[in-house]
Ligand binder design. Structure first.
Ligand code: 1PZ
Length: 215
């Protein structure tokens, strides 16, 4: 994946990945989940280096999951469902506190899963926003309602400062690179429900296995 984060971003690609994410029986494919995040990291990188600390963390989590996919147990990581089963069955998850498995697939994916909720809330605000609405405000509101609750003060502060560097809505829409604003809004209209579905399926799975607070 070297260098792939620097290529041109297109919102359509992210939409495609999240579309491919769900199997016919509604399991979540890790490969496409990770591809969706790669697309998002590309987008974040094209917004400027102030967001570097955020994309760096996302990239390292993506890499952990890719390594599992490419490992000898790769087939067990095909879907989030199979990953959860495999790691729980084989005691590969630190359930209470970080110890022998500080970088399990389950806890790593949980971080991206929480960020997916932020994304859903943010994109929905963006979709319904008006021309002069501020992206930084939409981003902060979405963050406070979701990810912020899982971040310590120092991360919240850094994130809060980065939000000020977000470009305005017109530039933001241009960087999405799918055409005029109406087209962006239309694609967001498809993307948000998809992201929401992937989020809900994962959330229910993690809840069922009591994995929502993994350290
Ligand atoms: C378009 C604007 C982008 C704003 C992104 C909003 C999210 C702010 C997240 C700030 C993350 C700061 C860096 C590191 C955080 C980590 O401590 C946590 C917990 O991981 P642990 O320490 O437990 O291993 N990491 C995360 O919460 C995952 C964050 C992933 C963020 C991906 C954002 C992708 C943005 C896509 C842009 C459309």
């Amino acid at each position: 994946m070297a260098g792939s984060e620097n290529q041109k971003f297109c919102l359509q690609e992210v939409l495609d990945s999240f579309q491919l994410c769900l199997s016919p029986n509604k399991e979540v494919y890790v490969e496409h989940y990770v591809a969706g995040w790669r697309g998002l990291v590309k987008f974040l990188n094209s917004l400027g280096s102030v967001f570097g600390f955020i994309s760096k963390d996302a990239v390292s989590k993506i890499q952990i999951l890719v390594n599992f996919l490419n490992s000898e147990n790769g087939s067990q990581y095909a879907t989030v469902q199979s990953m959860v089963k495999f790691e729980l069955d084989n005691k590969l998850v630190d359930v209470d506190k970080k110890g022998i498995c500080p970088e399990s697939g389950c806890r790593t994916l949980l971080r991206l899963h929480r960020a997916l909720r932020w994304l859903e809330l943010f994109l929905e605000r963006l979709r319904t926003s008006k021309e002069d609405d501020k992206t930084s405000v939409m981003c902060r509101e979405a963050y406070n309602e979701s990810l912020a609750q899982h971040h310590p003060w120092v991360v919240r502060t850094a994130a809060g400062m980065a939000f000020f560097a977000l470009p305005g809505r017109p530039t933001f829409f241009e960087v999405m690179d799918v055409g005029p604003p109406e087209q962006v809004v239309a694609i967001l209209g498809k993307a948000v429900p998809l992201i929401s579905e992937v989020y809900l399926i994962t959330e229910e799975l993690y809840l069922k296995h009591n994995l929502l607070d993994l350290p």
